[in-house]
Design a binder for this molecule. Structure first.
Ligand code: ATP
Ligand code: MG
Length: 329
């Protein structure tokens, strides 16, 4: 059985970008792959180190999203990153295999640094997160990593690290493949819905919250009157109709001709979106009332995750000649 590793940062509850970009796919793939899902708390701290409570509280939120969306703890193992000492160890060793210039060329890191406005106070830990993310993946020797498009440069770097390690020390690591899901745009028209950009519809949002967010979504700014011809291609409401509304091609036609009012269009979307997420949201509420079960899932995941990653770390240390069994017995 091949292995999958994916993960999310516990920086907020998961949104529909996570759901359609990655989570839905993971639910399907857990049937055929040995699956590990990593809650990247150490990575979340790289740009939230002054806000530990947020990271702490979102461990449970993200776990609730996983379980409500259909992740089955009998098939998939949920692991908390900071509870895996093997990941921290591998990060240190992998840092030797990556140049500062190489990280500097990573387009996602570049964009995030700009977006977060770090300037001169860029934390070294944030700059190094692609290396610790490589350790997340290689600590489980994943074959496949389902991710959003923004993460492709990270997987490329992970492959390079695995290749260099194997060449220098001997074959220990699998070079993982990325499996790229579609990118979902933000309510504000940004090319990425993101927890940190405040432009997301969360999986757990109520029907009312969803409606409120869609009513204020970015649409077509050039459209003053209801019967003006619209521009569906730049409109977020149409972008989401493409996900939630069968027969959305007809909506586009109508809009282009000026035959469709935005309010009606939004209301239709709200109904479809809320219909789609109703069972998931219901399940999430039920799980929220049974936190004993949720915590148990996390405890079991930690034990299994430590076992698997610990074994791979041992092999890496033997290859690197820092096992010292020959000296110490
Ligand atoms: P943050 O703003 O804290 O970075 P995020 O919303 O980017 O949060 P992450 O936890 O960084 O979420 O991402 C987890 C996974 O979900 C990654 O594989 C990422 O590519 C994917 N993902 C995140 N946002 C989207 C989106 N809008 N569309 C598709 N996939 C997404
Ligand atoms: Mg992100």
């Amino acid at each position: 059985m091949k292995t999958i590793l994916t993960g999310d940062r516990p920086t907020g509850p998961l949104h529909i970008g996570h759901y359609f970009g990655s989570l839905k796919e993971r639910v399907a793939l857990q049937e055929q792959y040995r699956t590990f899902i990593l809650i990247a708390d150490a990575q979340a701290l790289t740009d939230n180190f002054e806000n530990p409570q947020k990271v702490h509280d979102n461990i449970i939120e993200v776990t609730l999203d996983y379980l409500a969306a259909g992740i089955d703890p009998e098939k998939a193992t949920i692991v908390i990153q900071s509870k895996m000492p093997a990941i921290a160890d591998l990060t240190i060793f992998f840092m030797n295999l990556v140049t500062v210039a190489r990280v500097g060329r990573n387009p996602t890191v570049k964009e995030e640094i700009k977006q977060k406005g770090f300037g001169e106070s860029l934390p070294f830990g944030f700059y190094a997160y692609p290396v610790s993310q490589a350790a997340d993946i290689l600590a489980f020797n994943a074959d496949l990593v389902p991710v959003g498009e923004d993460q492709v440069p990270m997987i490329e770097m992970t492959r390079e690290i695995a290749r260099d390690f194997n060449r220098i020390y001997g074959p220990v690591f699998v070079e993982p493949e990325a499996k790229v899901g579609g990118r979902i745009k933000g309510l504000d028209g940004n090319s990425k819905m993101s927890k940190s950009l405040n432009n997301a519809i969360d999986i757990k949002d109520s029907a009312e919250e969803t409606a409120k967010k869609i009513m204020s979504a970015y649409t077509d700014p050039t459209r003053a009157r209801k019967d003006d011809p619209g521009h569906p291609d730049g409109c977020m409401v149409y972008a989401y109709h493409q996900i939630f509304t069968p027969g959305h091609a007809a909506i586009k036609e109508e809009c282009l001709k000026g035959g469709r009012g935005c309010v009606v269009c939004k209301k239709e979307l709200i109904a479809n979106m809320n219909g789609y997420f109703a069972p998931i949201r219901q399940k999430r509420i039920e799980l929220g009332n049974d936190l004993g079960y949720v915590k148990d899932v996390l405890r079991k995941g930690i034990i299994k995750g430590q076992e698997v990653s610990g074994e791979i770390l041992d092999r890496a240390k033997i290859a690197m000649k820092i096992d010292y069994r020959d000296i110490l017995g």
